[in-house]
Design a binder for this molecule. Structure first.
Ligand code: EPZ
Length: 424
C-alpha cells in the first residue's frame, strides 16, 4: 500500500486549485441515468470514488468516457442492467444513489445494501421509506434492496416525504426519483448542502421542475421525460476547508482558486475566531495565518448544513491539537467518527474522548511518527498534523485519502509542503 512521507515545519505559500466536489459528482453521475440523451459533466474530480461510480454505471450498460481535463461524457441510452452489485457497492456506499434514478427511469432496481463503514453503520432505511412512499414495492433480501413499481404502474407517484433525520444522499435519491414521478413531491426536512443544490441545478438543466433546493423544503413537479445537459460540478467545499485548516495550522498565505467561501461559513467563522485571516477574494478564498501555535483552540458541534460539517471535524481537530487552550468537539452526525484521535495521540496530541465528545488540550508541538489512516477525513486530519509535527511522519493506508482527495500531496507540494508519496 502507498504511504505518504511528510516532514513537518514548513509554512505554506502560493495558490492551490480546488477540484470539483466528490459529493456532488457522485449523485450527478447517477442523475445521468435518468435520460437516454447524452450528458456531459465538467470539472469531475480525479478520485477513486469517481472511478468506482464509473465502473458501477458501465456495469449497467452505460457508456461513460472520462477525459484528463475532468470532462465525463455519459450515454445511458443502452442501460440494460438496473443493478448495483455487492462487489462494487461494498467499496463505496454512495452507490445507493443509483436506486432512485433506476426506479424512476426503469421501474426497477436491484442495489446491494451498502453495509457499514469505518465511521458508522450507515443505514439506508430512510431511502427505502421515502421511495416506498412514492409507491415503490421494496424488499430487502440476501443483502440486496429489490425495488419495483406495482403492477400496471408506469411511473412512481409524487408524495410528501418527511424522514426521521436529515439525510444527504436520501434527499438526493428522492430528488432524482421525484423528477420523473407523476405529480408533486414535497421533501419536508430536506438536506440543504450545496451539493444538493448543485444536483438540483443539473436536474433543472435536464428539464426537471424543482424549487426550494438549498432550504429544508423542496418541491418537485414530476415530468414525463428528462433530456441531456452539460453541467459543471461545483467546487469541493470540504477539500477547500481541509486546505484552510492546513494553512491555519502550518502558518502561511494561500489562495484557494475556485473555493467558495459562501459554502464554508461555519468553518470560516471558527477559523477567524481562532485568529486566522480568511477572506473571500475574486475567484476563491485567501487564508493567512501566523501558525497554529499562536491561534486559539475552538470548540464546535457538527450539525447538518449550514452548521459545522461533520466532514470537517477531523481536520479542525488537528488544528486544535496545537492551538492554545482546550476545545470541546461534539460529533452529532456519526456514531464512530473519532478514529483519528488515537493516531493524533501517537503524534503527541492530548485528547480525551467520551462518547460523542472529544476534549482537546493544545500542546506546544507534535512529534512525527508512523500513523495509520482509518477513513477519508481522518486521513486528511493526519496529513495536517504531519505538516506541523517535528520531524518525519509516515501515513499508511492512504487509499482512504485517495477516495476523496484529488492529488492532495501534489497540491500541498505546490504550496511548499515537504511531502511525497512512497509507492508500495
Ligand atoms: C453524505 O453521506 C456524505 N457522502 C458524507 O460524506 C457526509 O459525511 C454525510 O452526508 C453527512 O453530511 C456523500 O454525499 C456521498 P446522511 P450520507 O444520510 O448521505 C443516518 C465524506 O467524507 N441515516 O446525511 O450517507 C446516518 O447514519 C462522506 O465525503 C440513517 O439512519 O449521510 C447518519 O447518522 C462521509 N438512515 C445521519 O443519518 C438513512 O437512511 C446522516 O447521514 C440515512 C441516514
Amino acid at each position: 500500500m502507498d504511504k505518504l512521507l511528510i516532514r513537518g515545519g514548513r509554512s505554506l505559500q502560493g495558490e492551490v486549485l480546488v477540484s470539483g466536489a466528490k459529493n456532488a459528482a457522485l449523485p450527478e453521475l447517477c442523475a445521468a441515468l435518468l435520460t437516454a440523451e447524452p450528458v456531459t459533466l465538467l470539472n469531475v474530480p480525479q478520485l477513486q470514488d469517481v472511478s468506482t461510480m464509473l465502473k458501477l454505471i458501465r456495469n449497467m450498460g452505460v457508456v461513460a468516457e472520462r477525459a484528463d481535463d475532468g470532462t465525463v461524457r455519459i450515454d445511458a441510452s443502452g442501460l440494460n442492467t438496473p443493478e448495483a452489485p455487492y462487489e462494487l457497492v461494498k467499496t463505496m456506499r454512495a452507490s445507493v444513489l443509483a436506486l432512485g434514478p433506476l426506479l424512476a427511469r426503469f421501474g426497477e432496481a436491484t442495489v446491494s445494501l451498502p453495509g457499514g463503514c469505518a465511521i458508522g453503520s450507515r443505514p439506508v432505511d430512510q431511502h427505502i421509506k421515502g421511495l416506498a412512499a412514492m409507491g415503490a414495492e421494496i424488499v430487502v433480501e440476501h443483502g440486496y434492496i429489490i425495488a419495483k413499481l406495482p403492477a400496471g404502474w408506469k411511473r412512481l407517484k409524487g408524495a410528501r416525504i418527511t424522514t426521521d433525520m436529515v439525510t444527504v444522499t436520501g434527499t438526493e435519491n428522492f430528488l432524482m426519483a421525484a423528477a420523473l414521478a407523476e405529480g408533486e413531491t414535497v421533501l419536508e426536512n430536506a438536506a440543504q448542502e450545496p451539493e444538493i443544490s448543485d444536483l438540483a441545478e443539473m436536474l433543472i438543466a435536464m428539464g426537471a421542475k424543482i424549487e426550494g433546493h438549498g432550504t429544508s423544503r423542496i418541491r418537485i413537479q414530476g415530468v414525463e421525460k428528462l433530456h441531456g445537459c452539460t453541467h459543471r460540478v461545483v467546487a469541493d467545499r470540504i477539500e477547500a476547508g481541509t486546505f484552510l485548516c492546513a494553512v491555519a495550522a502550518t502558518g502561511g498565505d494561500v489562495v484557494l482558486r475556485h473555493g467558495r467561501a459562501d459554502h464554508l461559513d461555519a468553518v470560516i467563522e471558527k477559523l477567524r475566531e481562532a485568529g486566522a485571516d480568511v477572506q473571500a477574494v475574486e475567484g476563491g478564498i485567501r487564508v493567512k495565518s501566523p501558525g497554529g501555535a499562536t491561534l486559539k483552540a475552538q470548540g464546535f458541534r457538527t450539525t447538518e448544513y449550514p452548521g459545522f460539517p461533520t466532514d470537517m471535524q477531523a481536520q479542525f481537530m488537528a488544528l486544535n491539537c496545537i492551538a492554545q487552550g482546550t476545545a470541546t468537539v461534539t460529533e452529532t452526525i456519526f456514531e464512530n467518527r473519532f478514529m483519528h484521535v488515537n493516531e493524533l495521540v501517537r503524534l503527541g496530541a492530548k485528547i480525551q474522548v467520551d462518547g460523542k465528545v472529544a476534549v482537546i488540550e493544545g500542546v506546544p508541538r507534535l512529534s512525527g511518527a508512523t500513523v495509520m489512516a482509518t477513513d477519508l477525513r481522518a486521513s486528511a486530519s493526519l496529513v495536517i498534523a504531519g505538516l506541523v509535527a517535528d520531524g518525519e511522519t509516515v501515513l499508511d493506508r492512504i487509499y482512504h485519502l485517495d477516495r476523496g482527495y484529488d492529488c492532495m500531496e501534489a497540491k500541498l507540494r505546490g504550496i511548499g509542503a515537504d511531502i511525497e508519496r512512497v509507492k508500495a
